[in-house]
Design a binder for this molecule. Structure first.
Ligand SMILES: Nc1ncnc2c1ncn2[C@@H]1O[C@H](COP(=O)(O)OP(=O)(O)OP(=O)(O)O)[C@@H](O)[C@H]1O
Length: 256
């Protein structure tokens, strides 16, 4: 049992952003969320995180509607890394990562050895152990992104939601991050733009187009030349490499 969206819809300013979307991530797998800009990926992740409520449909955690659970209960299970996380300038990396422990601690209780161990492990896994005392505002974009991921890992979630986590990361850190996410064996939902990275690291993919699910399945099922042309308007040659689809982009689909 895990997180699940069942026919969720959500609008803003009189327009439908998500229209009857269902998403059933498999426990322990990485589900990639694909789709063009504005197709509804971030909105769906916010619904799954309980930050936004669906106008219709329901999001459940272990079968229980999210709106009936306390923020703390959800935060003990579900960690979220948003696209642009704003954090106060006066904090250090360590302070930010320690925030991940808040849902596990009683109010005003000092950090336990388990809290400190979770923070230390999260810093090590994201390659930030030597930057723990750095002030947030001195970090590069990629280091901030990794610190937000460390904060999410310190939360010791079972469900992990990431909105374009490879933004700002160089290729080496992109690969390391996605490898880490697959190794964690959490139930992860990851919005991605890079179709080749999605093919390499995701167990299953869900593609949104204009607020609806237009395809879902394994990378082999989903990442076809036809789908890429239909959803992105791009011609592509799809071959196979290391038992996964590999996509070479050829150019925009010609207007006819
Ligand atoms: N609060 C809001 N008010 C009005 N429109 C909104 C609001 N939030 C999102 N939208 C619109 O809903 C659509 C979906 O947005 P969303 O951020 O979920 O897409 P996305 O797939 O994550 O896009 P991207 O790949 O560009 O990050 C967009 O057209 C966006 O402009």
């Amino acid at each position: 049992m895990t997180l699940r969206a069942d026919r969720v819809s959500r609008g803003a300013d009189g327009t439908l952003i998500l229209d009857g979307v269902s998403l059933t991530p498999r426990p322990g797998e990485v589900t990639g969320l694909l789709g063009p800009n504005g197709s509804g990926k971030s909105t769906l992740l916010r619904l799954l995180a309980g930050v936004l409520a669906p106008a219709s449909g329901v999001v459940t955690l272990d079968g229980r509607p999210l709106d009936g659970l306390s923020r703390r209960t959800v935060a003990r299970r579900v960690a979220v890394v948003e696209q642009q996380a704003d954090t106060q300038v006066a904090l250090t990396v360590l302070d930010v990562v320690r925030l991940g422990r808040v849902p596990h601690r009683r109010a005003f209780a000092p950090a336990s050895p388990a809290d400190e161990e979770a923070v230390r492990t999260a810093l090590a896994r994201t390659g930030l152990a030597d930057r723990a005392d750095r002030a947030w505002h001195t970090l590069s974009g990629g280091e901030r992104q990794r610190a937000q991921i460390a904060r999410a890992l310190a939360q010791e979630p079972r469900e992990l939601l990431l909105d374009e986590p490879t933004n700002h990361l160089d290729i080496s850190h992109q690969l390391a991050l996605l490898a880490l996410i697959t190794e964690l064996r959490l139930t992860s939902v990851v919005a991605l733009h890079d179709l080749n990275l999605a093919a390499m690291y995701c167990d299953r993919l869900v593609v949104l187009g204009q607020g609806r699910v237009v395809a879902s399945g394994t990378p082999d099922d989903v990442l076809t030349e036809t789908l890429i042309a239909d959803v992105y308007g791009v011609r592509a040659a799809v071959t196979r490499a290391d038992d996964r689809p590999h996509i070479r982009f050829l150019g925009p689909v010609a207007d006819s």
